[in-house]
Write a protein of this length. Structure first.
Length: 230
């Protein structure tokens, strides 16, 4: 299970450097930046402090779609209640959720919004789930680099667990495959016209375990075979 930390339009070099330092400290290396400021500046390198290699290897993109094209499961980060997602999971719940998904996912992205506004509703709609760090009070809000540090710390246990397991072959019951098949199924029954219902179904699909993903895929496969025989 590979983890990628994705920052949308980070505007402060120090925050990018701090994020790189937090990632390396916790054993992560895949940093992705969408329309960033100068992430290789002296200010960013100074904050990175022995993590300059993370900055130098960071992948830069111009849009979210291209940044997550190879991501199986995208986790959005936001402390605010957003209408686009009804569920908002605590960061401490995420590791167990990912463990439950087993071999159905191989790559996980953690998406962080801009320093001043966070994630937009459009960005959140692209995420499979929304998560948050529980705060005692809303202000002052967490700094971007601090948020990356907390997520990297909580997810670092996944690196230790997965490194001891043999790689498993991804089959047709992978989460991404089931997600796309479910969208086709909903569109077939014209549920695309009820966008709020479709969004809610897809949101709940993101929460199911590997066993449930296999079960859902078996139902979708049976339906497809029936359609093909008609």
């Amino acid at each position: 299970m590979k983890f990628s930390f994705i920052l949308i339009k980070p505007s402060t070099p120090e925050n990018i450097g701090g994020a790189a330092r937090a990632m390396k400290t916790m054993g992560f290396s895949d940093l992705r930046l969408i329309s960033p400021c100068d992430h290789l500046s002296d200010r960013a390198r100074w904050m990175a402090h022995s993590s300059e290699d993370i900055l130098e290897k960071a992948k830069v993109f111009t849009d979210l779609e291209s940044a997550v094209i190879d991501i199986d499961f995208l986790i959005g980060t936001s402390s605010k209640i957003r209408s686009v997602k009804q569920d908002n999971y605590l960061i401490r719940e995420i590791p167990q959720m990912l463990k439950d998904k087993g071999s159905s996912i191989r790559s996980v992205g953690i998406l962080f919004g801009t320093e001043d506004r966070g994630l937009s509703n459009e960005h959140i709609a692209c995420c499979d789930i929304l998560s948050r760090v529980p705060l005692k009070q809303a202000q002052p809000s967490l700094n971007l680099a601090h948020s990356v540090m907390i997520y990297a710390y909580e997810l670092s246990s996944m690196n230790q667990i997965k490194s001891r397991q043999k790689p498993q072959k991804v089959n047709e019951a992978s989460y991404r495959s089931v997600k796309e098949n479910t969208k086709e199924f909903l569109n077939k029954f014209n549920l695309h016209s009820r966008q709020s219902l479709k969004n809610r179904i897809m949101e709940r699909l993101a929460a199911v375990s590997e066993k449930d993903i296999h079960l859902i895929q078996s139902i979708l496969s049976a339906q497809k075979k029936q359609d093909d025989s008609c």
